[in-house]
Design a protein around this ligand. Structure first.
Ligand SMILES: [Fe+2]
Length: 321
């Protein structure tokens, strides 16, 4: 399906890559100078909904640039124009509700790198779309790098075929500990009371179990959450049979507050995890924000992260089914 050409103009941006014949991200700009207002944009999206959705799946990332998107309210209108249902974020990132479907992206310290991940990868349901809007671009750093996940699987299979198949066959086990209080100064984010939305440990445990996880209470009142088994790779409908690196081994392996092993407890060799981190970085597409950008990511196909940033930086998010 081709766009008529009169609703968007295809543009370019720094850092774009061509992956398997597709440009990432695909940049869409206003077709004419007087069509950069939000009302025109919203009607263009509504008119071309199916096409727009297919472009996101085909190119994995679509950037709307050059439109006059000025506020969370504008952003919310754009999100609603797409017609996808909202999916409520669950996870460790401290986020604040801004307006209707719009939240702040991770409010963890800007000086820290938020490591590459598929959104909500450890849960049973994941958003199909992660949509980000830049209200205040960072003066330096603060890129949102993203990685075609299937490339990571391809390269890991080339270098470590046996290890990959063993991890795939056995499945993975992760743990993380949530502290017994709110500690916003660290990337561990919220204490378990806030993370699980209750001051009652029995209720917190019930909620942890409902998410398909186990709780182990620690002497200091914190909780260790055990997540197993989980898959190493996944293949999703409509994505060319690509085997996505749908796990968070590199992000959680061997950390002070988290771990990743095979589901039967077998250690994952350290050099395999280290090399995987290098491959992810090599395949990364560094995306630099400009004010008013709206970036659509296919969460089934891309890992994304956030590079350390100088303040101020304000990026808002909506997640969709
Ligand atoms: Fe994220």
């Amino acid at each position: 399906m081709e766009c008529s050409g009169k609703d968007f103009k295809i543009g370019e941006c720094d850092g774009q890559k061509v992956v398997d014949g597709e440009v990432m991200p695909l940049v869409m700009t206003p077709p004419e100078a007087d069509k950069s207002n939000v009302a025109s944009l919203v009607s263009s999206i509504e008119k071309n909904r199916d096409w727009f959705d297919q472009m996101i799946i085909k190119n994995s990332a679509v950037l709307l640039r050059g439109f006059d998107v000025r506020s969370a309210e504008d952003f919310n209108e754009i999100v609603e124009a797409c017609g996808w249902d909202d999916i409520r974020y669950i996870g460790p990132a401290p986020r604040t509700h801004i307006y209707k479907r719009v939240w702040t992206a991770n409010e963890g310290p800007l000086s820290e790198f938020i490591y590459y991940h598929h959104e909500m990868v450890l849960f049973k349901v994941h958003p199909k779309k992660v949509i980000l809007y830049c209200e205040v671009p960072p003066p330096e750093g603060g890129q949102t790098p993203f990685v075609p996940s299937f490339k990571v699987t391809e390269r890991m299979l080339e270098e470590f075929p046996e290890e990959v198949e063993e991890m795939e066959k056995k499945g993975l086990k992760y743990t993380f500990t949530a502290p017994n209080r709110n500690d916003t100064s660290s990337m561990r984010g919220r204490g378990w009371q806030d993370a699980f939305g209750t001051p009652d440990p029995a209720e917190a445990e019930r909620r942890i179990n409902m998410m398909g996880m186990e709780a182990e209470w620690l002497p200091d009142g914190g909780v260790m959450v055990i997540i197993a088994p989980r898959t190493l790779t996944r293949v999703f409908d409509g994505r060319k049979g690509r085997r996505m690196w749908f796990n968070t081994v590199v992000g959680m392996y061997g950390k002070e507050h988290s771990s990743a092993t095979m589901a039967d407890g077998t250690e994952i060799p350290e050099h395999v995890v280290r090399r995987c981190g290098e491959i992810i970085e090599e395949e990364s597409i560094d995306f630099d924000w400009k004010k008013g950008d709206v970036l659509f990511l296919d969460n089934m196909a891309l890992l994304h992260g956030r590079r350390p940033s100088l303040p101020p930086r304000k990026v808002l998010v909506a997640t969709c089914k």
